[in-house]
Design a binder for this molecule. Structure first.
Ligand code: CMP
Length: 148
């Protein structure tokens, strides 16, 4: 089998969710952030702007509910409007997370979104699903159960 055929098989097209957090929206970075994913080649499948309610944020971040920073996380994500988008493309979960960069923005590599635009931790500009299972849970929490 040629290398190209092998690559096609090992990197399937999949979907993931990004959410530009309240700091990214306040700083008017939505276009910059979404544009990076479009220029990379991802298709935008769905978008929504909203201010999350506390119960919605608790559901969205339920994987972190036992963590000491859970209250801070929910408080921050509900502090203003956020912008979510479902992106589709090859190996989307891992590729998008590489483009987002490390959680601690001050450690994130230059060329990543967090590396180029911030120094925050809770306020680290963007969330991206870390697995297919997280995507499915987060999409339902963000867009509502009836969609897709
Ligand atoms: P995110 O990718 O949205 O997933 C969970 C978020 O928790 C993470 O980005 C950070 O913004 C936030 N966070 C705040 N404090 C911590 C911490 N001590 N460890 C991990 N994540 C944290």
């Amino acid at each position: 089998m040629g290398e190209e055929a092998h690559q096609e098989m090992s990197s399937p097209v999949e979907e993931t969710l990004i959410v530009v957090k309240p700091d990214g929206v306040r700083r008017m970075l939505v276009g910059e952030i979404l544009g990076r994913f479009e220029r990379k080649g991802f298709s935008v499948k769905d978008v929504k702007m909203l201010t999350m309610s506390k119960p919605q944020a608790e559901e969205f971040y339920s994987v972190h509910k036992e963590k000491p920073f859970f209250g801070e996380l929910v408080g921050f994500i509900t502090s203003g409007p956020v912008f979510g988008a479902v992106l589709s493309g090859r190996d989307a979960v891992a590729t998008v997370r590489r483009m987002v960069g490390a959680t601690k923005s001050w450690e994130a590599a230059a060329g990543t979104i967090r590396g180029d635009f911030g120094l925050g931790y809770t306020d680290n500009l963007i969330h991206a699903s870390d697995s297919a299972e997280s995507f499915s849970h987060e999409r339902a929490a963000f867009f509502g159960k009836s969609r897709g």
